[in-house]
Design a protein around this ligand. Structure first.
Ligand SMILES: Nc1ncnc2c1ncn2[C@@H]1O[C@H](COP(=O)(O)OP(=O)(O)OP(=O)(O)O)[C@@H](O)[C@H]1O
Ligand SMILES: [Mg+2]
Length: 315
């Protein structure tokens, strides 16, 4: 388990005039964790990143970032330990990849810009494109240069704001591999995304934001907290008396029918219910085609939590 404390956020909020970007947001991220920050457009994800990255001040609450409480006196200390890869890469298109990186390395005041540039290029596997002007690179490659730039100061906490937005599946997978590599080196990653499968694959824990925080936890924890467990059963022909077949099975709460020969059972404990159910079905003379745990995806959790907001936003 990572030690707690890379990010400690308490009742944080940011208002622009009367508009609330986000409010009352509290969570913790441990060192070495990959933390996913999910939410619909306008949920406040980028604003949260900007606040935690010391680019703008919060209007309420407090946060500790990489060991330092937010506040102007600590801005330098925080900035030395973090990096932000913003939604748009923001590179000098006429400069080459290496020139861009050297330029930012000097700006960040790193000790040996040349050496760091070389290492950042290696980390994103772009050494062979070092001399190409950034303007000639594809979107996916520019994104990798932006990631290299974010690595120049060897951050303890790396903020990635929608790192795969607009990328094709191949470029997306490359970014995923790079993130997994950084994680294995112990970098703490705060990743905003709309891609729920990305969050499910990459993140140890996720938070779901829609101006306020709706839920925080491991993806499987969120599923369990939000939905009751269920078993799906399919038999070769419809059961003659499903009610009495399911009635005495330990661990089974209720049941419903989703097709003539398919049933969904809510259960308290899958480990108890599934084997008992198989015995009961065999006892009733049924030919079992399938007994499977109903899998809820992170998408189900997400839609359940923010669905009403999205519908309200459309009205
Ligand atoms: N500088 C600003 N001035 C005024 N309002 C702002 C400013 N920046 C953000 N907002 C507002 O704050 C809210 C949250 O915006 P934010 O960019 O953080 O959302 P987001 O979750 O990153 O959305 P997206 O998924 O579209 O990137 C929005 O209503 C936005 O219009
Ligand atoms: Mg954003």
């Amino acid at each position: 388990m990572p030690a707690p404390g890379a990010l400690r956020v308490e009742h944080l909020g940011k208002r622009f005039g009367n508009r609330v970007a986000f409010e009352d947001v509290s969570f913790e991220v441990g060192y070495g964790e990959v933390f996913g920050f999910l939410g619909p457009n306008g949920a406040g994800k980028t604003t949260t990143v900007r606040v935690l990255g010391t680019l703008i001040a919060p209007t309420s609450g407090s946060a500790v970032v990489a060991g330092f409480p937010l506040g102007t006196e600590n801005d330098q200390a925080v900035r030395a330990r973090i990096s932000i890869m913003p939604e748009s890469p923001g590179l000098y298109l006429r400069l080459s990849v290496a020139e861009n990186l050297r330029c930012f390395a000097r700006l960040y005041g790193v000790a040996d810009p040349e050496e760091r540039t070389g290492r950042a290029l290696e980390a994103v596997r772009l050494t062979d494109r070092a001399k190409d002007p950034c303007g000639s690179l594809s979107k996916g490659l520019r994104q990798r240069v932006a990631l290299a730039r974010a690595l120049l100061n060897e951050p303890v906490v790396l903020f990635l704001d929608e790192p795969t937005s607009g990328l094709d599946p191949v470029a997306t997978r490359e970014v995923h591999e790079l993130v997994a590599g950084l994680r294995s080196q112990g970098v703490t990653i705060f990743l905003t995304t709309h891609r729920l499968e990305e969050a499910e694959r990459l993140c140890d824990r996720v938070a779901i934001l829609s101006t306020t925080l709706r839920m925080t936890g491991r993806p499987d924890e969120l599923r369990d907290r939000l939905f009751s467990k269920a078993l799906e059963v399919r038999t070769r022909v419809p059961l003659a008396e499903p009610g009495s077949t399911f009635a005495g099975v330990p661990g089974v709460g209720g049941w419903g029918q989703s097709a003539p020969n398919a049933y969904t059972l809510t259960v308290t404990d899958v480990e108890v219910a599934a084997p008992a159910l198989a015995r009961a079905l065999v006892g009733a003379g049924a030919d079992i085609l399938a007994i499977a745990e109903a899998r809820r995806s992170l998408e189900d959790v997400y839609l359940e939590l923010i669905g009403e907001d999205v519908e309200a936003g459309r009205r």
